[in-house]
Design a binder for this molecule. Structure first.
Ligand code: SAH
Ligand code: MG
Length: 230
C-alpha cells in the first residue's frame, strides 16, 4: 500500500530544515540524557522531523532504538511542534555493544533483579523530566516483531536500533515501507568510511534505501543521514 501526503510543500522543505533549532529546557533535557546522539546531529534530527511533520500533517513519527531517551527528546519536541506523536520502539535490553564486557556498557543500567540491561526506567525519567509523556509513547519489544504488526503510515522514521547485520536488515525491511510518500527516513551511525564504524547501517539500510529509488538524500550531519520518500 502506498500512502500519499497531500499538501506537501516540497519547495519549502529545505528552508524549513535550516529554520528550526531546538532551544531552552527541552534541548537541555536531551543533552543531559545518557546516550549516543551528538548535539549537532540531534539538532539536525529535530529540524528534519519538524519539516517532515509539516509535510505530512497528522501522521505519527517513529523511532527504532531509544536507549535512555536522548534522541527521543529531540524527536518528541518535534512531534509536539507538529501536533503529532512519537512512538519509541526499543526492547530496552541494550544492543550487543551495550552488554557487559563491550565498549559501550554502562553497569549502572543493569537491573540487579534480572541481571540484564534495562534502560526503560531511565528512558521514563528522561521523558518525564522533559514533560513529553503526552506525545512520546514507548513500545517495549523487539523491533522486527513490532514492525510485523505495524500498519500506520509514518511522517518520520528514525532508525538507530541494533547495528548488527540481522537487526539492520530487519529494520530496513520491516520499517521503511511504512514511510509515507513525502515523509522522511533518518538513519544514524552511517559511516561511509569503514575506519569510522560498523557497516550494517550504511550497507544494509542507507544504501538499499537509496538504491531502491524510493528515497532521495536530503542532508547529512555527522553520521546522520536524512532521506526523503519520493
Ligand atoms: N537513539 C539512542 C541510542 C540508541 S542505542 C540515543 O540517542 O542515545 C540502540 C538501542 O537499540 C538500544 O537501546 C537497544 O536496546 C535497541 N535495540 C537494539 N536492537 C534492537 C531490536 N532488535 N529491537 C528493539 N530494540 C533494539
Ligand atoms: Mg546511534
Amino acid at each position: 500500500m502506498t500512502f500519499s501526503v497531500k499538501a506537501c510543500h516540497c519547495d519549502g522543505y529545505r528552508a524549513a530544515v535550516s529554520d528550526l533549532p531546538l532551544s531552552g529546557h527541552l534541548r537541555e533535557c536531551a543533552l543531559a540524557a545518557k546516550g549516543f546522539m551528538p548535539a549537532d546531529e540531534g539538532d539536525a534530527l529535530f529540524a528534519a522531523a519538524t519539516a517532515a511533520g509539516r509535510c505530512a500533517p497528522g501522521l505519527p513519527f517513529l523511532e527504532v532504538g531509544s536507549y535512555c531517551g536522548r534522541s527521543t527528546v529531540w524527536l518528541g519536541a518535534a512531534a509536539r511542534a507538529c501536533d503529532t506523536v512519537l512512538f519509541a520502539v526499543d526492547h530496552h535490553r541494550g544492543s550487543e555493544e551495550n552488554q557487559a564486557g563491550w565498549e559501550h556498557h554502562d553497569a549502572s543500567l543493569v537491573d540487579p533483579r534480572s541481571g540484564r540491561m534495562d534502560t526503560l526506567p531511565t528512558f521514563r525519567d528522561t521523558i518525564h523530566g522533559a514533560g513529553l509523556e503526552d506525545v512520546v509513547f514507548a513500545i517495549v519489544g523487539r523491533s522486527d516483531a513490532v514492525a510485523a504488526h505495524w500498519t500506520s503510515p509514518l511522517a518520520f522514521l528514525f532508525i538507530d536500533g541494533g547495528h548488527g547485520e540481522g537487526p539492520a536488515r530487519l529494520d530496513y525491511q520491516g520499517w521503511t515501507p511504512h514511510v509515507a510518500v513525502g515523509g522522511t527516513l533518518a538513519i544514524h551511525d552511517v559511516f561511509p568510511d569503514p575506519a569510522d564504524g560498523g557497516r550494517p547501517p550504511h550497507d544494509l539500510i542507507f544504501r538499499p534505501a537509496l538504491e531502491s529509488g524510493r528515497f532521495r538524500l536530503q542532508s547529512a550531519t555527522g553520521s546522520l543521514r536524512v532521506l526523503r520518500r519520493v
